[in-house]
Design a binder for this molecule. Structure first.
Ligand SMILES: [Zn+2]
Length: 228
């Protein structure tokens, strides 16, 4: 999680972490944690907050991350190779394994942790809050952040989409079919492969720019490379 991605209108130099344009360097260690009740300079006047979260925010809920010391891909590098869309589409054995993994996913039993709840408190305040997450576990929404305030970059594990006709159904229904013996359940309408609900394949670029400085340049580059 990048925090804090934005600073408010703290005067430049008022706080060591605040840069000229009012941004706070992401990932900077909290040199001196403010005493209870004390508000750091950068936090004053904050009107809008965008937070980018990844697997790390859900490890305290019991969901392993991918690249951490206990990460799924750290412990099993082959698993990362199996996570590509192409392999999923072309290898039925990978799909069978994926469905079994979905059945046993730790997120089904996971509960939001204090970090998810803290962001929900922000979202419930007057501060304009947007959570952008790489996670598919919906723990932000279950903690109380309104769904329209959560952008799920990698989709959600609570939905299923047909790769052929685009039909969307509930993951629970698909998993019931897996439990009943269909190890790679196809779409009921098209008989084609189904997969976890994910953003449209056309969304191939994610701009990661916590302080917004590079956004205009990146936007121009994307527009220039994709005219019309
Ligand atoms: Zn279909």
């Amino acid at each position: 999680m990048i925090w804090p991605p934005f600073a408010g209108r703290a005067a430049p130099g008022e706080d060591g972490a605040v840069t000229e344009n009012g941004a706070v360097t992401a990932g900077r260690p909290a040199a001196a944690a403010p005493a209870s009740g004390q508000v750091p300079a950068w936090a004053r006047g904050v009107a809008a907050v965008a937070v980018l979260t990844g697997a790390g925010i859900s490890t305290d809920s019991g969901i392993p991350d991918f690249r951490g010391p206990q990460g799924l891909w750290t412990k099993n590098p082959a698993a990362e190779k199996l996570s590509t869309y192409q392999v999923y589409m072309t290898d039925p054995e990978v799909r069978r394994r994926s469905w079994r993994a979905r059945l046993e996913h730790p997120a089904w039993a996971a509960q939001p942790n204090p970090a998810h709840r803290a962001l929900a408190r922000l979202a419930a305040s007057a501060i304009d809050t947007q959570v952008i997450t790489q996670n598919i576990d919906e723990l932000h929404q279950r903690a109380g952040t309104p769904p329209e305030r959560v952008i799920e970059l990698h989709g959600t594990m609570f939905g299923v989409v047909c790769t052929g006709c685009g039909d969307r159904t509930a993951m629970a229904d698909a998993l019931a079919r897996v439990r009943a013996g269909e190890d790679d359940p196809p779409c009921a309408g098209s008989r084609l492969t189904m997969t976890r609900l994910a953003p449209a394949p056309a969304a191939t670029a994610v701009v990661r720019d916590p302080i917004g400085q590079a956004v205009p340049r990146i936007a121009d580059q994307v527009l220039a490379a994709n005219p019309g």
